[in-house]
Design a protein around this ligand. Structure first.
Ligand SMILES: [Zn+2]
Length: 247
C-alpha cells in the first residue's frame, strides 16, 4: 500500500514510523515539505529510504513570510530525482494564517513550477474552493485534491480529470458526505493518504497519525464503495504510480 500524503518530518521519529509502516504493508510514502528547510529534510528522508518520495512546496500558511528567494530555492530542489510533485499549495481562507494576496501570489508561482517541471500539483484548499478553482482553471498539468473535504467540488474535479485523495477524516462516523463522494470517484482517480501527523482515522482517531494508518482509510473507502479491499489497494497503488510517475 502507499500513503500518498504524509508529513514525515513532523513526526517524532520518522525512521521508526517508516519501519512501522513497512510492517503494516505500507511500502511507499510520499512525504510533503511545507517550506524550503522542510523540503530539504523531506528530500534527505527520501534519499535514505527507497520507498519514500518527496512532494515539495511552500504551504499557504507560510505565504506571508516566504520570499522570491524561497521560490527560487524550491525550484532548485524540484530538480531532485526523488521530488515527485509540487505542493501542497493552494488557498486557505479558513485559518487565514497568511494575507490572501500573498497566498494567491505563492499559489500562482507554485503552479508555474509544476507546469515547468511537468509534475503534478497537490492542492490544499480550505473555505476557498471557488477561488482555488479559478486559480486552477488554466492549469495544464495533473492535479491532486489532497485531504478531500469539499464534495461540491467533485463534479468539476472529475470533469477535469483530477485525482481525489481521501484522508482519515473520510472514516469518521459523521463523514457520510465524504464516503458518498468516495463512491462517485472513478476507480482510476482515487487516492488515499494519512496527512500524518494530523487526522488519524477511525479506529485510532485522536492519536498522532502515521503512515501505517492508511490501511484504515483504505478499508473504510473499500467498504463505502463496495470494493474488495485488496483490489482497491492495487488500484490506488497503480493510480499513484501513474499520477506521480513512481517506479
Ligand atoms: Zn498536508
Amino acid at each position: 500500500m502507499i500513503d500518498t500524503h504524509a508529513h514525515l518530518t513532523a513526526l517524532d521519529d520518522p525512521n521508526e514510523a517508516i519501519r512501522r509502516a513497512t510492517e503494516a504493508g505500507v511500502t511507499q510514502i510520499l512525504t510533503v515539505g511545507t517550506d524550503v528547510d522542510d523540503c530539504r529534510r523531506a528530500l534527505s528522508l527520501a534519499e535514505r529510504h527507497d520507498g519514500v518520495f518527496a512532494i515539495l512546496g511552500i504551504h499557504p500558511h507560510e505565504a506571508g513570510t516566504s520570499t522570491a528567494d524561497d521560490v527560487a530555492s524550491l525550484r532548485d530542489l524540484l530538480a531532485h530525482p526523488k521530488a515527485v510533485a509540487v505542493g501542497e499549495t493552494g488557498l486557505d481562507w479558513f485559518r487565514d494564517y497568511a494575507p490572501r494576496d500573498d497566498q494567491r501570489r505563492l499559489f500562482a508561482a507554485e503552479l508555474e513550477l509544476a507546469a515547468e517541471f511537468r509534475k503534478p500539483v497537490v492542492i490544499h484548499t480550505r473555505a476557498a474552493d471557488d477561488d482555488t478553482l479559478t486559480a486552477l482553471a488554466d492549469h495544464p498539468g495533473t492535479v491532486v485534491l489532497h485531504c478531500f473535504s469539499s464534495p461540491h467540488m467533485l463534479p468539476l474535479a472529475l470533469e477535469r480529470g483530477w485525482y481525489v485523495s481521501f484522508a482519515g477524516n473520510a472514516t469518521f462516523p459523521k463523514a457520510v458526505d465524504l464516503r458518498l463522494a468516495a463512491t462517485q470517484v472513478p476507480a482510476e482517480r482515487i487516492l488515499a493518504e494519512t496527512d500524518s501527523p494530523y487526522l488519524a482515522p477511525q479506529p485510532v482517531r485522536g492519536k498522532r497519525n502515521e503512515p501505517a494508518n492508511v490501511v484504515h482509510t483504505l478499508a473504510s473507502l473499500a467498504q463505502a464503495r463496495g470494493d474488495d479491499p485488496a483490489e482497491l489497494e492495487r488500484q490506488i497503488e497503480q493510480n499513484a504510480a501513474e499520477c506521480f510517475s513512481l517506479p
